[in-house]
Design a protein around this ligand. Sequence first.
Ligand SMILES: [Zn+2]
Length: 385
Amino acid sequence: MLLLAYRHILVAYWREPVFRYPILVFEGDDWGAGPLEQAQALDALRQILKSHRDQSGHYSVMTLGVILSIADTEAMRADKEAEYIRLSLDHARFEPVLAAMRAGINEGVFTLQLHGMEHYWPPAVMAAARIDAQVAAWLIKIGIAHSEELPSRLQSRWIDAVSLPSQPLPEAEIYAAVVEEVKVYMQIFGAKPVIAVPTTFVWNNVVERAWASQGVSCVITPGTRFESRDGQGRPQGDGKLILNGERGESGVMYLVRDKYFEPKLGHRAEKGLDALALQTECGRPTLLETHRFNFLGDPAQSKAALAELNRLLVEARAHYSKLRFLSTHDIAEAIVSQDTSLITIVPRVRLHAWLARISKVSRFWKLARLTGLVVPLWLLRKWAA
Ligand SMILES: [Zn+2]
């Protein structure tokens, strides 16, 4: 009865690809149009990532979720029309940031992912500014604006969160915005984005279809999809579980990034190492979410964050001789091409990962204990080990 009740999740966990090696990649969001001190932070990250190689000689990798523009607060201060004016990443002011990104890309320690034209929906921010003095001040602040300083609900690009609960955006506007962001990404980086990371993980099928129509083939998820913000501003979705390799209606493939390494929030190297141990046991790659804010601002804190990142890499290499540093793009490609050099098809190994996966579904596992189902599962695990 218990197996029957949980059959969907049990089958889905069985179908999810099982990776043969421990895989570690840092997923860094919010880089791009924004404070110029990002250039130094990216250089410092580059140096650390470059000082660690896996057994195949590959450097450790951080993906950069790129933001392509920010409000041009200087121009908006001078503008009597009070229209939204954007400052794109290819503006001469951002040259040091762009140069640092490119240096890391050329060295193979950074790979790019589309995070958004802006980290917000500009019409929503403009509308919010009319009723919220803080948002109004943000739009005309002196110096380059930080999107992190906007109210959290407004940092979701693909909804209208001027008031709560949020409202969906018109389909045609989403399409036009996606076409534009892909075009600008292409202008700046010379290639279309393949992977998209929705800001604050709020997006819907319309966004996905638009991305897919512009060549995006993979979307990073936190293991579910949020489509709106509720009355309290909390992200809301249907709660459906998303696993690595599953596909959306539009055909895009999903990857799961549900482990975090944010040193400024107090995360130590151990947190990343625990995630790596858990994901490896479950045959999953470890995508560690992090953000630029960890490496900007207070110099002592940024230095500590870098040191923690370095320690994580040192310990990971010491613990796992077979550790692989791949990019998220490599991971997606391996799943699409069913690359058996990275993904196992050996039933016994897959069974071992499946048992580890289902033992982490706490409600199922509690019931399995109560009903005695754990005994045959434990025997299976012994056999598969
Ligand atoms: Zn972000």
